[in-house]
Ligand binder design. Structure first.
Ligand SMILES: Cc1ncc(COP(=O)(O)O)c(C=O)c1O
Length: 439
């Protein structure tokens, strides 16, 4: 492994094909439990999606799901506008990656083509099947991986010039979290490849495992043989009841409306993070949806603080020589990164003053005066069907709560009313018509 980056709960890396074994430096929780700031993830930080949470609560976990998942396949097929027989279910995107690599090894044994920087499981799966890993353009490959948006940088990734020529998978795990621009794949190119979807990230629920792929409509290779073999290699009930609930909910208009709104929130966070990074001077924000931070050359490494425990980003922090930390690829870490940078980086760039597992007595209060977020919130309040300003103080309160929560869609999940009361003894002076146990 020549170096690694991060996205999703998985890991990304540049592959050194000579390496004997490939480690899996996943981010997120590890043996020490959840990390305080997980900059390793592309999970939707505006989640979890409330509609999906409700769907999970309704899941019937007392029975096995329908082993053929008839209703779910039908629903996904209608939603994507494809024939139901093209829907392949998977226990997760990672499971599909392993399965198609193993099936491909039997049907067309040869190297696997992986983009230079990519989700690490493609190479891990290839290595598990003793398949060589080659570059994206290598004509000897009989299985090709593409990701659009790319992972972990979120960049547009064009299709190969001959998408139908070789079995190819377009990993669309992060497509629902594309914050800007449009995909550069035509529908013909998409139809020529396997498209892999894993909605748990977009819905902010990566603990629920479950994914699906859409097989190609036509191809220059034996597409049906591949689909039959993929189906045969499926375990019984690849999806549990929760995964079924999640994927069914995924196709609901209310879920997609929530996601569209979440993208607006994420753009606001990402923009404000970029603005703060720009203030830091040495920061470079090279990616479209992701943010990376680079310390200036010649930084005094001897004075560097210990590397923070930041989930997978911790794995690809090059520290202390030449700090090149990706703080929150795309969406997942943007909010926490913005807060973290506001709290620490602003004061003393570029030394970000992380302390390993430090639990501060006073929480970091994020910058609340985010003019963009404030005007987005005000526009939302003004857009409600009511005379402008008619809710008085409540409107200002709604904007303030949104600023505090850092979202254009604030929700108070468990609002609490705190009543302060004391018996100060005044009632004994006869000031009230009633005894104190009444008042
Ligand atoms: C690009 C990409 N593909 C696939 C996956 C794996 O998805 P799943 O959670 O469904 O295994 C990830 C995980 O983060 C990812 O980043």
């Amino acid at each position: 492994m020549a170096g690694d980056g991060g996205s999703g709960s998985g890991f990304c890396m540049e592959i050194d094909v000579r390496a004997a074994t490939i480690a899996r430096p996943h981010g997120g929780p590890d043996a020490q439990g959840p990390v305080r700031w997980d900059f390793s993830t592309n999970v939707n930080a505006a989640g979890p999606c409330p509609q999906a949470v409700q769907a999970l609560a309704r899941a019937d976990i007392t029975r096995y799901p329908d082993p053929s998942y008839h209703a779910l396949r039908q629903r996904l097929a209608v939603w994507h506008g494809v024939d139901e027989r093209r829907i392949l279910l998977a226990a997760s995107a990672s499971e599909f990656i392993q399965r198609i690599t193993a099936v491909g090894e039997r049907l067309a044994p040869a190297p696997v083509a992986v983009p230079a920087l990519a989700y690490g499981d493609y190479a891990v799966a290839a290595q598990a099947c003793s398949r060589a890993v080659v570059g994206a353009e290598d004509a000897t490959a009989t299985l090709r991986w593409c990701a659009d948006p790319g992972s972990p940088l979120g960049q547009d990734a064009a299709p190969p010039h001959d998408p139908a020529a070789t079995p190819t998978v377009l990993d669309a795990a992060h497509a629902p979290l594309r914050l800007r621009g449009a995909p550069c794949w035509s529908s013909d190119a998409e139809d020529a490849v396997f498209r892999l979807y894993s909605p748990n990230k977009a819905l902010g629920l990566p603990g629920i495992r479950g994914a699906y792929a859409i097989s190609p409509a036509g191809a220059a290779w034996p597409r049906q043989t591949w689909c039959d073999a993929l189906h045969a290699a499926e375990p019984s009930w690849p999806l549990g009841a929760h995964a079924v609930g999640l994927l069914e909910c995924w196709t609901e208009p209310a879920t997609q409306a929530w996601l569209a709104d979440a993208r607006i929130t994420l753009r606001t966070w990402t923009d404000s993070l970029r603005a703060r990074l720009a203030d830091l001077g040495p920061a470079t924000c090279a990616q479209r949806d992701a943010v990376s931070l680079r310390a200036p050359a010649g930084r005094d490494s001897a004075r560097s603080p210990a590397p923070p425990r930041l989930g997978r980003a911790g794995h690809h922090l090059v520290w202390p020589a030449g700090l090149d930390a990706r703080f929150g690829a795309a969406t997942g870490g943007a909010r926490s990164a913005a807060q973290r940078l506001a709290a620490a980086g602003h004061r003393s760039p570029p030394h970000l003053q992380f302390r390993r597992n430090a639990a501060p007595m006073i929480p970091n209060i994020p910058e609340l005066n985010d003019a963009t977020l404030r005007s987005t919130l005000q526009a939302r309040v003004d857009g409600k069907i009511k005379p402008l300003g008619s809710l008085g103080r409540l409107e200002a309160l709604a904007v303030q709560i949104g600023c505090i929560l850092g979202t254009s869609s604030p929700r108070l999940d468990q609002p609490q009313l705190v009543v302060f009361a004391a018996d100060h003894g005044l009632a004994a002076q006869g000031v009230s018509a009633y005894p104190s146990d009444v008042t």
